[in-house]
Design a protein. Structure first.
Lengths: 639, 277
């Protein structure tokens, strides 16, 4: 009988024990493989214009996944080896040499690893097709997903995980050297010290978390330096969460013990004392999970909000379906004909907007780069345009005053222009007296529009080169006019970098650009969110199962002295529920505060994404809760 | 310890009757058999056991290892089902009850003391004592009152807020006794209660049990392999190879005489491995 045959036999005989370990390995591997196959997918690479810019996001996400997988596999490996300490002790007792035992565990782990790698990659292949379909859907592609195997992804996954498997195998090999024989037989720690709940440290938890929230909301610009503000907010949040889990929860549980009528009900007594008994060993994992859940929720909700509001963003940043001045009458005419012929019934309005292309000194604004084209528009043209758009935003201008417009500013609430000055010539200065929170022209064409009084406009018109015309079209089929856009692109593309700076913006192009960018972002956000959620769920699951194994004796006693089964079930359900939902409560509160701040800053509405994501999260979480409770009960009830 | 007289309620359900009437029956066992294993490979642990225990008796069960002492206790206390035969406690037949009914019956009518105390290390001494009552509808203030009374009686007031791993074995076992009797069970089952105790603590505990029996008329069934412990009983049953071998009554004998008798019987049934030769 060789060592490897013992190892093989061991695996088949103890399959049930190995399964949890195997599952978590397979899970990590297939997740990782799925992700890198997407990263290297030819179809995705060739059909998207934005991928070049998001490659770094993909890279970062795959590194996060490696770290996650390593930690997760390590965690389940130590859970698994801990379960087998006694078995290893027996081998040693029977006179197997340490080296032989080490080799046995090493081979076992290698065999499990190879099995997991094979199944994981097979699973990943199936998943990647599914996820490709999802990714194409959110990015707005209407492509048939082909079934391809990326060699690069295969090699990368195999390399990464073979390395991780090797490290864990060495760790297993060292198990017998790390513990003395008596350690291997010793039961789990007995008489864990009870956590102490101090009212002072508990209030510190509230103060720290409160401070973190205060710094995030930053009312009346309390703290000026944004970097310091966020850094200290995160720091306070981390420390506060730890204090919350460690001291405050203990304190509250101890407080509950004082309410005799509640506490002296059998199941409450069992639940509360068990929680108190276990809490100290759980503080770290609960804190980590609450923070991890916060990050997950925020990432998911934020990317989803962006995606959810593409319509809103596109309309805000691109008020017109087409807007152009190609600085060549013939080409202008060509494009106009194309649009008018192709969207006869869909045309809502069109306008020839007159403007003066001036080159003022904009350095005083500290905002507009000097290579931007400044479009000076008269008050009258502005009023005509607004009437077409159905807006009402009157301006009152003195001669040397101007109105500036929303320029894609991230901080949606602030007004970056009013009060600042720019100079037309050395002694002619214009003050910006008003700011409107909408785009006057489509964003992204490096234009700086300004509305000035009619009198100044006329004066300038006389002095400067002749007026220019910006052609504006609004159609109702702007989102779907793919063919028309392609045809215009053919005409416009050759002019792209000409010295006279032709202007061409189309809603369709920007809308689909956004759809691709945010689609990919939400995909990455959602993917990582899902992985983290499954990881946190599994971590609690493992931890609870370890506790169930050590608690088994305690439940045997309860059975012996005649405590009814349903009472024990209730007590377990509450206990597990507490461990599951405590971090979620803290995470929801963190998420809500941070998102309120973010939504206010970006001026976007996150309510629907917030509740949708939280709902989905809760649903999966409930699944884990149910699974954990069921497994816990199964463990303590088996004899 | 010495103040058992203050014990405000009786251990059994009803007050003891005066006069020469036949004592009220607590435990009735008829024709109980217990077989382990499958058809082809089985082992008979108990054969045709008949036992009758009346109210206020302190019965010891002795026998060599493997004779079936633990099986008997497990079967009597309904932790394990019988293969055939009937067991009645205060007239209620256990063998027909369902698992959940049984557990409630066990909680309400039986008290248990185990060799390894079986206290929950997550609970304080006081909480361990009150645990069975917290699953009933007993008013909370009454629970607290009972804990205080029992603690005083057993001399463990000072350690009520301590955890089991912080106190001695003797104290743990006394806590376990309190837990066993706090719900006023009809019968108290003790499984080698002195097995893990040093001789001084063991003596202390046995005195407690015998006072419970004397002054409160508590009905106790104690399995033990220690003749010294058995000598505190009013009647001792001997089992050998799964059957009842014989029984002796204390009657008017002194404890010393009973002890001598026990040793004699043990030597005939092969209990020679005991500490007294």
């Amino acid at each position: 009988m060789t060592l490897s045959s013992i190892a093989r036999k061991n695996i088949w005989k103890n399959l049930r024990q190995y399964l949890i370990y195997l599952y978590s390995m397979i899970f990590s591997i297939s997740i990782y493989f799925t992700f890198v196959s997407l990263q290297y997918n030819e179809q995705l690479l060739s059909s998207t214009v934005t991928l070049g810019k998001l490659e770094s996001a993909f890279e970062a996400a795959s590194i996060i996944l490696i770290i996650f997988a390593a930690i997760f596999i390590w965690y389940s490996n130590s859970f698994f080896t801990r379960k087998r300490k006694k078995e290893v002790g027996l081998y040693a007792l029977f006179g197997m040499s340490r080296q032989k035992i080490g080799q046995l565990l090493f081979y076992e782990n290698i065999i499990i690893g190879i099995i997991a790698l094979t199944i994981g990659i097979t699973g990943g292949l199936l998943f990647s097709k599914l996820f490709m379909m999802i990714i194409f859907k959110v990015m707005g592609f209407s492509l048939e997903v082909s079934f391809t195997i990326s060699k690069q992804a295969l090699v990368q996954t195999a390399a990464v995980f073979l390395f991780i498997i090797l490290v864990t195998s060495i760790h297993s090999y060292r198990l017998i050297y790390r513990f003395s024989l008596s350690d291997l037989f010793k039961a789990e720690r007995k008489g864990e010290r009870l956590a102490k709940g101090s009212p002072i440290l508990s209030s510190m938890a509230v103060i720290f978390i409160g401070l973190a929230y205060l710094l995030l909301v930053n009312p009346d610009h309390l703290v000026k330096n944004t970097g310091i503000r966020f850094l200290s907010a995160v720091l306070f949040l981390v420390v506060g969460s730890y204090f919350f889990m460690n001291f405050m929860v203990t304190y509250l549980l101890k407080l509950a013990q004082r309410f005799t009528s509640v506490y002296l009900q059998g199941k409450n007594l069992l639940t509360i004392t068990n929680l108190l008994y276990r809490l100290k060993g759980n503080v770290l994992i609960l804190t980590v999970i609450s923070l991890l859940s916060s990050v997950t929720l925020i990432a998911c909700i934020f990317t989803y909000s962006l995606y959810y509001q593409i319509d809103h963003f596109s309309k805000r940043d691109n008020p017109y379906s087409y807007m152009f001045n190609l600085k060549d009458d013939k080409i202008n005419q060509e494009v106009r004909t194309l649009i008018e012929e192709n969207s006869a019934e869909d045309l809502l309005y069109h306008k020839r907007m007159q403007y003066l292309s001036v080159k003022p000194n904009v350095s005083g604004l500290n905002r507009v780069p000097d290579f931007f084209q400044t479009l000076v528009i008269s008050e009258q043209t502005y009023q005509e345009l607004l009437k077409l758009r159905g807006l009402n935003a009157p301006v009152h201008l003195k001669k040397y005053e101007a109105v500036a417009f929303y320029d894609g500013n991230l901080d949606g609430k602030s007004d970056p222009f009013t009060g600042k000055q720019l100079s037309l010539t050395a002694n002619e200065k214009i003050t910006i007296s008003d700011y409107k929170q909408f785009s006057l022209v489509n964003q992204g064409e490096m234009l700086f529009p300004l509305v000035i009084s009619n009198s100044l406009y006329d004066e300038l018109k006389k002095k400067m080169t002749p007026e220019e015309t910006l052609y504006i079209y609004k159609t109702s089929n702007e989102k779907v006019a793919k063919r028309l856009n392609n045809e215009i692109s053919k005409v416009v593309k050759p002019l792209r970098y000409e010295a006279n700076e032709p202007i061409y913006a189309s809603f369709y192009k920007n809308y689909h650009y956004g759809l691709e960018t945010y689609g990919l972002l939400i995909f990455i956000g959602g993917f990582l969110g899902l992985v983290f959620l499954l990881a946190t769920g599994s971590m609690i699951y493992f931890k609870q199962l370890i506790e169930a194994t050590t608690d088994k004796e305690r439940y045997k006693i309860l059975k012996k002295i005649g405590i009814p089964d349903h009472q024990i079930t209730k007590s377990v359900a509450r206990q597990v529920g507490f461990v599951f939902f405590l971090p979620l409560v803290l995470a929801s509160s963190n998420t809500a505060i941070i998102l309120i701040v973010l939504a206010d800053f970006l001026q976007i509405n996150m309510q629907v994404p917030f509740f949708t994501c939280l709902g989905v999260y809760l649903l999966i979480y409930l699944g884990y809760y149910w699974l954990t409770t069921a497994s816990y009960l199964k463990i303590i009830k088996e004899t | 310890m010495e103040r058992l007289l203050f014990f405000p309620y009786s251990i059994s359900m009803e007050r003891t009757e005066n006069g020469g009437k036949k004592m009220e029956s607590i435990l009735e066992v008829k024709g109980v058999n217990k077989v382990f294993g499958s058809k082809r490979n089985f082992f008979t642990a108990l054969k045709d056991i008949d036992i009758h225990i009346s109210k206020g008796e302190f019965v010891g069960v002795m026998g060599p290892s493997g004779a079936g002492k633990s099986s008997l206790l497990n079967v009597l206390s309904s932790i394990e089902p019988v293969t055939s035969g009937t067991i009645r406690i205060e007239g209620t037949e256990l063998t027909r009850m369902k698992e959940d009914q049984l557990r409630e019956f066990r909680r309400d009518k039986m008290g248990f003391i185990f060799q390894d105390y079986n206290l929950l290390d997550t609970l304080t001494v006081a909480e361990n004592m009150m645990l069975p009552l917290t699953f009933t509808k007993t008013p909370k203030h009454e629970i607290k009152k009972k804990v205080a009374e029992l603690a005083e009686m057993f001399g463990i007031q000072a350690i009520l807020d301590k955890y089991p791993y912080e106190i001695s074995g003797g104290q743990q076992q006394r806590t376990a006794v309190c837990r066993a009797i706090i719900g006023r069970p009809s019968i108290l089952f003790a499984d080698e209660p002195t097995g893990a105790l040093d001789s001084k603590s063991a003596h202390h505990l046995l005195q407690t049990l015998s006072k419970l029996n004397d002054e409160m008329k508590a009905t106790i069934l104690m399995v033990t392999h220690d003749p010294y412990a058995a000598s505190f009983c009013s009647r001792v049953l001997f089992i050998k190879d799964g059957s009842l071998y014989t029984e002796i009554h204390k009657g008017d004998h002194s404890r010393k005489q009973l002890f001598q008798q026990i040793l004699n019987i043990l030597s005939t049934i092969g209990g020679g491995q005991y500490d007294v030769i």
